[in-house]
Design a protein around this ligand. Structure first.
Ligand SMILES: Nc1nc2c(ncn2[C@@H]2O[C@H](COP(=O)(O)OP(=O)(O)OP(=O)(O)O)[C@@H](O)[C@H]2O)c(=O)[nH]1
Ligand SMILES: [Mg+2]
Length: 443
């Protein structure tokens, strides 16, 4: 459905997550509908939204017939500059479910229709001949926009916006650049000019390698890592869960066997989204607790990382040794909890098992929790430092294509192409490489 005579409203951020909620209104009546609900606060914000220039940012409040809903920042984009190719109003409010829903309801009452993100993109495609995007959105840009509402952290949203922005140094531009290099090299070889062959192949290889290297970071930003908390009953798993979340979410009790059903919450560590799961203590037991333990084992198998909690104040038990052996040691982050009670456990035995020094914490007082956070995201520290404003692979589809392209590029001769046979073989491979890179854009 591509008709865009009506104006649609859409909640662009996951409900109840993050500090800010964004509601977008797109269509010919966008400024009129949003303008009916908006009251500017400062003198410069009193402007009538229907007369606002493109790029205008207004601070104020949103009201419905019953009164104030929320304090907001509103931006207005005119049709020739918005990504939808229509007048677009973006209302940034506080992230809670209630404010976002109430703003949405008020917009619907004022004449907007509830739309979907796909519909917004469809409109962008339909208007792809306007000034802002003469060439239309390519497939990578569309993927970035489609995933934007699913970004759980600001870092993930910034990464996607860089891959989307037509002027930013994102994946779409990098793909075009690499494809251009391939085309140029092919022409040169056809002209029997092999002078730049080695240098260009090295450039292609390093460009593709950098893209493949970016994929664990990009994929982790889009697919929260599953992190389970494992350990015997009463070692402080739920206390640690609450300490990492910085809220009393899970039940804590001195009686072993308190957690039976699992509890899961999302959290962000330096912008990396994680799904943290508190589970039942692992022990031989019966009744309802036995079901909880079976679930816990299944969750540990499916997890990307397992925080293994041990009570530092007492030696490891035989039962703990046995279940530790059933865990995938590659995924384990060992933690010694209750260090405030002293360390009476054989640390060397743990180091032998996991080739990792355990993180020493006191979940009760929050001591050492920062170190544990760093350990959980240690694979991404250098990526976080490099930031999100560069070409980054963010879907499995892109990863598969770029890996295939890299395999192909690695098959090129390391030295100059010196005879006709090699030249035609290389041209064939370059053709294939060009097609692969093109597919990334237009699939
Ligand atoms: N001294 C001390 N006590 C702790 C610490 N962490 C947890 N505890 C206490 O240990 C007891 C058990 O804590 P929980 O967090 O419920 O332990 P659990 O591993 O979730 O237990 P189950 O759900 O039964 O498997 C509680 O009385 C906590 O207050 C700590 O760092 N230091
Ligand atoms: Mg518990």
């Amino acid at each position: 459905m591509r008709s865009s005579n009506d104006t649609i409203a859409f909640i662009a951020t996951p409900l109840g997550e993050g500090g800010i909620g964004v509601v977008q209104v797109s269509g010919p009546q966008a400024t009129e509908i949003a303008g009916k609900l908006f009251k500017g606060k400062s003198a410069s914000s009193r402007a009538d939204l229907t007369k606002a220039a493109s790029g205008g940012l207004f601070y104020g409040t949103i009201h419905d017939s019953e009164g104030l809903i929320d304090e907001v920042l509103v931006s207005v984009w005119r049709a020739n500059e918005s990504f939808t190719g229509e007048d677009l109003v973006e209302i940034n409010c506080h992230g809670g479910i209630i404010a976002v829903r109430k703003i949405m309801e008020a917009l619907l009452k004022s004449g907007a229709r509830e739309g979907t993100w796909e519909e917004l993109l469809d409109r962008a495609d339909f208007h792809s001949d306007h000034k802002f995007q003469k060439e239309g959105l390519d497939f990578i840009q569309k993927e970035a926009l489609l995933l934007l509402p699913r970004a759980r952290t600001k870092l993930a949203a910034n990464m996607l916006l860089t891959q989307y922005e037509p002027t930013a140094n994102g994946l779409s531009q990098e793909r075009r650049r690499l494809e251009g290099e391939v085309k140029r090299l092919k022409m040169k070889i056809m002209d029997c000019d092999t002078s730049e062959f080695t240098v260009t192949v090295a450039l292609l290889l390093s460009g593709l390698e950098a893209l493949v290297d970016s994929s664990p970071f990009g994929l982790a930003l889009m697919n929260p890592l599953k992190v389970t908390i494992a350990g015997a009953p009463n070692v402080g798993k739920s206390t640690l869960f609450n300490a990492l979340l910085r809220e009393d979410r899970a039940l804590v009790h001195h009686e072993p066997g308190t957690t039976r059903d699992y509890v899961s919450e999302y959290l962000s560590i330096k912008g990396i989204p994680l799904e943290l799961i508190d589970t039942a203590g692992l022990r031989e037991t019966d009744g309802v607790e036995k079901v909880g333990v079976a679930w816990a084992r299944k969750l540990h198998q499916e997890a990307n990382k397992i925080i293994l909690v041990l009570d530092a104040s007492r030696p490891i038990t035989q039962e703990e040794r046995e279940f530790v052996c059933t865990l995938d040691t590659q995924k384990v982050v060992p933690v010694l909890n209750k260090i405030d009670l002293g360390i009476n456990l054989e640390v060397k035995e743990l180091e032998r098992l996991f080739s990792l020094s355990p993180c020493k914490v006191s979940a009760l007082g929050g001591k050492g929790v920062d170190d544990l956070e760093k350990m959980l995201i240690k694979d991404f520290l250098s990526d976080i430092e490099k930031g999100p404003h560069r070409p980054i692979i963010f879907t499995q589809r892109q990863k598969g294509l770029v890996e295939e392209a890299l395999d192909l590029a690695r098959g090129f001769p390391k030295n100059k192409v010196c005879d006709c046979f090699t030249a035609s073989e290389v041209c064939e491979k370059l053709d294939k490489l060009e097609r692969l890179l093109h597919t990334a854009l237009s699939a």
